[in-house]
Design a protein around this ligand. Sequence first.
Ligand code: UDX
Length: 432
Amino acid sequence: MDISIIGSGHVGLVSGACFADLGNRVVMVDNDSSKITRLKRGQVWFYEPGLKELVRRSLKERRLSFTHSIAMAVRQSQVIFICVGTPPLPNGEADLSSVEHVSREIARSMSTYRLVVEKSTVPVQTGEWIKRTLQSSVRKNIPFDVASNPEFLREGSGIQDFLHPDRIVLGVETQKAKELLLALYEPLNAPIIVTDVKSAELIKHASNSFLALKISFINAVARICELSGADVVQVAEGMGMDKRIGRSFLNAGVGYGGSCFPKDVAAFIRIAEKLGYDFQLLKAVSQVNTDQRHHLVKRIASSLWNLKGKTIGVLGLAFKPDTDDLREAPSIEVIRLLQEAGARVKVFDPEVMAQMDRSFPGVLGCRDVYEVARGADCLVLLTEWNEFKELDFKRVKRLMRQPLVVDGRNLYEPQRLRKLGFHYLGVGRSDS
Ligand code: UDX
């Protein structure tokens, strides 16, 4: 099938590369000409395992091409996916101006039937706005359909998630739109739910918000564990064995970050408000997430008496492992709070060091974990990278000024570190 993808961000590029790999001819569009130039050379500017190889293979086999011209893409494709960004406005609402702009451009370039599919995460009823925009800009009598096909891929496992999804959600209004999308996704052999456009839009916001809710729930339970002497990892195991609950997304820690959860929770709260519902439950989810960062810093401070003049070594900056993404990463807030309290901060992250100076002013970047540990009063783990799992802890302890480890992701076995003479603090795990 001939398709185009407008917006070559994370979701757009992973989707485009995967559709091309499945044998479709895909035109990718972006208004940033430097991105297009790099993509034409097979260069991907963010870290996503396997993506560069997939892009290069499809480029070579001429199934994938890149342009900045929406008109050209629309001429060549029957199905057009909108994957542009929907960043948050100051009030939490999703900024849909790019979606509106590309919808207008698509309409002006259409000369025969086209299926326009929203894949960006958008609030419910956006499909109606896209339809209205297309109607007002399209030349007379050219037929089109609007559909919603939200994407659920995660950073760091995007290709695997796209090719082996738990489900594919198709929100359609006509038989023709349904048939086109079913044909496109047939090779994946995945469970498919076909529904109306508004329900499809809501499935995306509700799913991401529910996962954020699970995380905030276990983080709130972690606080009770700290106060009562229980262990949140054991509690999560026990809860997760109930199939109705499930173990995933019950890892207590320093809270969720990334380009999706914080933004989608805020946007869902805002769209609910606009529709006339005060989504208090989600407001609490967001509050617990913010509190978790402050709470971690308070625990470090009280273990060291105070933070003034102390050296804190931070392991991991990315919002989660296997990505170089810093958007809404808990590390940003935690480091800011540490600095505000007078601490000197040293850091190491396997992928993020190139962005250090821009994102973390006044922070000392180190070459590895051991350089971070040298002279530190405390080591704080904020991202559970695999390479942090097995450290030479005897060496770490020799290098540190005080042997305090604060494990913001519960990566380590408390007893093991305590036996080695560390003062170990996990999230939701008793202090002794
Ligand atoms: C998420 C959704 O999972 C994906 O379906 C959607 O398309 C985009 O948003 P992503 O942001 O890539 O994906 O990361 P994810 O793996 O879901 O983690 C999000 C955040 O939650 C990370 O900061 C992670 O550290 C945190 N998290 C996750 C926890 O704190 N505890 C958990 O148990 C799980």
